[in-house]
Design a protein around this ligand. Structure first.
Ligand code: C2E
Ligand code: CA
Ligand code: CA
Ligand code: CA
Length: 276
């Protein structure tokens, strides 16, 4: 801040003021987006690493902004969390994703797909979340064991009894819980004891270096073995090259996703893939 005279400071530098105004404008934009339903889901296939079969999809939100085009989640999810707008947005994601996958499963022969939905800490703070999930499953007609809720470690840092209770209530619906970005948080191992987790998603940062860095490879294979020992399923994120697939499949990682197999695709593109 610039000093003015003896003891006055000008708080807003022009750059800060601009950023502040942009923030306000984006917030107004986002409120409009919620009312006008400017969101779409993309679905990234999750693949069995040994057979290559699609076992499920992860739903990933996009904001179809009328002027800016496609806004990625990293550019608006934090604001949506700050303002509480993530609650209605997250409910829409749950309803849309479960309905779409139930439709695919109804047409599909072979094992029904799972759908993974990212849940933010703010959503988990809502007592209504359990009812919302239950209602989404029922209106979609999706079997609860086809739904996976992905939680980040930052969310699990919250030690409140209410969080644990809510996770228990969610699991009682028959769905499964995954720890997202596993290995990047403070005490990943502690969460495995404390929370009723079913799936570990190995963070992309490990997968990135699994071929070239012995340390990353050792950690990745260690996480996979840990998963086996605890009877958890492991999903490797961000697989981009055949070499990474070889290393992960060789280490007995069960599932994976990444651009090597498919980017997040529109619902129509997934339909084409499933029903050629
Ligand atoms: P995430 O849950 O860790 O999702 C994985 C991200 O990695 C996605 O980015 C995906 O498009 C990207 N990705 C997948 N495979 C590859 C790859 O091979 N290489 C590279 N470089 N990237 C890959 P996206 O879709 O931009 O989502 C970013 C984050 O936004 C997600 O990270 C998740 O934390 C959050 N997010 C997305 N959708 C939702 C949602 O509906 N609700 C909430 N609360 N958060 C969401
Ligand atoms: Ca995720
Ligand atoms: Ca992740
Ligand atoms: Ca992430």
């Amino acid at each position: 801040a610039k000093k003015h005279g003896k003891d006055r400071f000008e708080v807003f530098e022009p750059a800060m003021q601009e950023a502040f105004q942009e923030h306000i404008a984006l917030e107004a934009d986002l409120r409009r987006a919620v009312v006008r339903h400017e969101f779409e889901l993309r679905y990234q296939p999750i693949v069995h690493l040994h057979t290559g079969e699609i076992t499920g999809v992860e739903a990933l939100i996009r904001w179809m902004h009328p002027d800016k085009g496609i806004v990625p989640p990293m550019d608006f999810i934090p604001l949506a969390e700050e303002t509480g707008m993530i609650v209605p947005i997250g409910e829409w994601v749950l309803r849309e994703a479960t309905a779409r996958v139930a439709q695919w499963n109804a047409r599909r022969e072979g094992p029904p797909l799972t759908v993974s939905v990212n849940i933010s800490a703010v959503q988990l703070e809502q007592a209504a979340l359990v009812h919302v999930v239950d209602s989404a499953l029922k209106s979609a007609g999706l079997a609860p064991d086809r739904l996976v809720l992905e939680l980040t470690e930052s969310l699990l840092v919250d030690h409140r009894a209410a969080t644990l209770e809510r996770l228990g209530a969610l699991k009682a619906l028959g769905l499964r819980l995954a720890i997202d970005d596993f290995g990047t948080g403070y005490s990943s191992l502690a969460y495995l004891r404390r929370f009723p987790v079913d799936i570990i998603k190995i963070d992309k940062s490990f997968v990135d270096d699994v071929v070239d860095e012995p340390t990353a490879a050792a950690l990745t294979h260690g996480i996979i073995q840990l998963g086996r020992a605890l009877e958890l399923s492991t999903i490797a994120e961000g697989i981009e090259h055949a070499g990474q697939l070889t290393s992960l499949a060789g280490g007995n990682c069960e599932l994976g996703q990444g651009y090597y197999f498919a980017e997040p695709l529109t619902g129509a593109a997934i339909s084409d893939l499933l029903f050629p």
